[in-house]
Ligand binder design. Sequence first.
Ligand code: AMP
Ligand code: ZN
Ligand code: FE
Ligand code: FE
Length: 280
Amino acid sequence: MIDLHAHTSCSDGSLSPGELVAEAEALGLSAIGVCDHDTMVGVPLAWARRSNHLQVVSGIEISVEFRPGTFHLLGYHFDPRHPRFLDFVRQLQQWRMDRNALMLERLQACGVAVTEDELRELAGDGQVGRPHMARLMVVRGMVESVAEAFQRYLRKGGPCYVSKRRLQARAAIDLIHSAGGAAVVAHPVQLKLSHEALAAQVEAWQRLGLDGMEAWHSDHTPEMAAGYAALAKRLGLCVTAGSDYHGTVKPKVQLGMFPGEPPEDAAVLEPLLAAAERWR
Ligand code: AMP
Ligand code: ZN
Ligand code: FE
Ligand code: FE
């Protein structure tokens, strides 16, 4: 069993990279993808802890400009120390910090006094995002739950929400390729496209170099997963399987948990790694 989409405490997951590796080994997984939002600092930390039984594939999840839904692009099997990629990730971090500062101003205006330093402390080595703002509000007793913090203040369209600057699809795909990685569209259900529109859109991204599609994901039904896999196969794209594990942050999602029956491990991993290697 493999799971190519897991988050760590380097972004908004609850387990450290080392703990994630231990959890994957305890479950008997043969490979995991360490895919944090906008950062790959967890990858070398996970590599340092892996054993012979578990392959740890480098990963990242990048938010890309898109309407009507959410476009997250996964990068796989790249060099996490590639200088151009590192520069780019620093740029993403800066965009995030700019956005956090604006959100803190809005929270202040709503009577929610939380500071940059408090968020920094809560996030530890990880990058600060909305989940940390929500958790701090819970700790302070300003709201009952993370869900309430999002509902009242932080959700997209909420009074304190500020959107992050995002890359365009072409730039995000090129960057992953330049670091020798494969580019895969994450959880296609979140794009919020009809089946026909999705097929046309994915073909357009394929012309920009898209390598694969995450057909199996915890947000998909078994029917959706089969439909996405069929589309990927028709277009000649790689198919991947990822739970989008976040630990206790998303308690319903378990590592290695998929809708229906995912394909054989080798049918996923080998073509994906080969696709990445074509960009070397
Ligand atoms: P950010 O990258 O800072 O915009 O934060 C996005 C993260 O916030 C997502 O990856 C989720 O973990 C979390 N999130 C988004 N919406 C909600 C929600 N309604 N309830 C709880 N967590 C959420
Ligand atoms: Zn996340
Ligand atoms: Fe995502
Ligand atoms: Fe994710």
